[in-house]
Design a binder for this molecule. Structure first.
Ligand code: FES
Ligand code: FES
Length: 160
């Protein structure tokens, strides 16, 4: 069965007809071409598919597209407000070698941004807790945590 939904994705209003069983991650990738949202496990374990739904990090493989009707979604493609510049958290990952293959990176960054918006000066422990649902198969956790701490500082400075 097809369902009509309206969503705001990366600040753009979108109207779609989706299969009632389609997941949010498949809608983003297949219907909207937003392939920066990755698929690892499809079972809610790896966090590769993390996006922001109403500003909160969610695993898009575990949510039906039909259930996000009327909601706002941010993917990695829409994170920076300037299309010609990286978001401060993305910038920190580049500067502090927070990625290796990059498969987990979009999900990790979205979880990190959601945390830093609520907690501009997190401790290492708080960063580890916020990223508990995001697995890195390259196991580069030390550099990821360093990057998130730096990114949170850069976000706090950028917001004045
Ligand atoms: S693909 Fe969604 S949690 Fe792994
Ligand atoms: S950088 Fe490769 S999975 Fe995390």
């Amino acid at each position: 069965m097809k369902v009509s939904i309206q969503v705001v994705v990366n600040k753009e209003q979108v109207s779609l007809k989706v299969d009632s069983r389609m997941s949010l991650v498949d809608m983003l990738r297949e219907e909207l071409g937003l392939t920066g949202t990755h698929i690892g496990c499809r079972t809610g374990n790896c966090g590769a598919c993390t996006v922001l739904l109403a500003e909160k990090p969610v695993k898009a493989c575990c949510i039906l597209a039909a259930d996000v009707d009327g909601e706002g979604i941010t993917t990695i493609e829409g994170l920076s407000s300037d299309p010609n510049a990286l978001h401060p958290m993305q910038d920190a990952f580049v500067k502090h070698q927070g990625l290796q293959c990059g498969f987990c990176t979009p999900g990790v960054i979205l979880s990190a941004v959601a945390m830093a918006r609520n907690n501009p000066a997190p401790t290492e422990q708080e960063v580890r807790r916020a990223l508990a649902g995001n697995l890195c198969r390259c196991t580069g956790y030390q550099f990821i945590i360093k990057s998130v701490l730096a990114g949170a500082r850069e976000m706090a400075q950028a917001s004045g």
